[in-house]
Design a binder for this molecule. Structure first.
Ligand code: AHM
Ligand code: MG
Length: 320
């Protein structure tokens, strides 16, 4: 419960800081690239940088976090002792950033872990990181099955905050009149099956033959005369949120260019898989449960197939 309070406070704070930021810098300069490249070789957008700063400051000053790890930071950061708490927070401050300049939906994803003190003994000499950095990496690299809470915020026609603290999935909608999130859906359940698939099919020629067969099968109208529908925003939060409500499957596979796919295990795939499971769905890398994969590094990528149980299991059969 404490961890969910942390995020409610964080989002209230985030909203107020973003407003201040707009007032100081003006809304007209918020689009486009920042001019920097993150550790993963991606161009950072201005809003990537701003949202990372706002989230990091907010989490550091909350008094509840010990270590934070972000998509936009090379290594996890230990929170200064005087402000420090225990929780480990992993987050993608602004996911789907290729959509920013077109005002298409984007989101923020987070996961909260408790400290993993057993791991402190494992510290080995690594010339590229100092002891504190190594300890942070080790503490953060926990399997998703250890998550205490996870959620996302989606910035779309309305601002939606989806949260699980391991007892079902709840959705809140921002009421702009009051600046508060109001509970709008309780105990969300993903439909067991759903005839929507969400993949970037531009990569089809780069995919494994088994996956191509699966996608071809979805497009086959069969005796019913109705094939699956394709829906792809290119924003994990938006594509996942639709899958959560309508059912179906979202996938970001490995391909000939990207051996482990594109999405990051720690702050994209694991939190989303925790939410999916809490809603009665499934998150898989095609062969195993995403929540059982222990990250070996902060920005590790894994293939992701997530959504309705029957749809993810059907995909797994094709890939077997
Ligand atoms: P980002 O965190 O740099 O925005 O990248 C993750 C995004 C996901 O939101 C989305 O599902 C995927 O990348 C889209 O990738 P692609 O453009 O290759 O389809
Ligand atoms: Mg992302």
């Amino acid at each position: 419960m404490q961890s969910s309070l942390l995020f409610f406070q964080a989002y209230q704070w985030l909203a107020s800081k973003l407003l201040l930021w707009y007032k100081e810098h003006g809304i007209s300069n918020l689009t486009g690239v920042q001019g920097a490249v993150n550790i993963q070789g991606e161009d950072q957008k201005k809003l990537d940088v701003v949202s990372n700063e706002v989230f990091s400051n907010c989490l550091k000053s909350s008094g509840r976090t010990g270590i934070i790890a972000s998509e936009e930071e090379d290594v996890p950061v230990a929170v200064e002792e005087s402000y420090s708490g225990n929780y480990i927070v992993v987050f993608d401050p602004l996911d789907g950033s290729s959509n920013i300049d077109a005002a298409v939906s984007t989101g923020s994803i987070f996961g909260i872990y408790s400290p993993n003190d057993e791991c402190l003994a494992e510290i080995e000499d690594d010339s590229t990181l100092d002891k504190v950095e190594q300890r942070c990496v080790i503490n953060v690299c926990q399997p998703g099955s250890n998550l205490l809470a996870a959620g996302y915020c989606m910035y779309s026609s309305s601002v939606i905050f989806v949260l699980t603290i391991g007892k079902g999935v709840f959705s809140f909608t921002l009421d702009p009149m009051y600046g508060e999130f109001v509970l709008t859906q309780e105990s969300i359940q993903i439909p067991k099956s759903g005839k929507i698939y969400s993949f970037n099919e531009g990569n089809y020629q780069l995919w494994d033959d088994k996956l191509k067969k699966y996608i071809d099968d979805l497009k086959d109208p069969g005796p019913s005369g109705k094939p699956y529908s394709a829906r792809y925003i290119g924003s994990l939060v938006g594509d996942f949120h639709r899958t959560l409500l309508y059912g179906g499957i979202y996938g970001y596979p490995r391909d000939k260019k990207s051996k482990n796919g594109k999405l990051r295990l720690l702050y994209e795939c694991a939190p989303m898989s925790f939410i999916a499971e809490q809603a009665g769905g499934k998150g898989s890398d095609g062969h195993q449960r995403v929540l059982d994969i222990k990250p070996e590094e902060i920005h590790q990528r894994v293939p992701l197939y997530i959504g309705s149980v029957e749809e993810v299991e059907k995909l797994e059969k094709f890939l077997a």
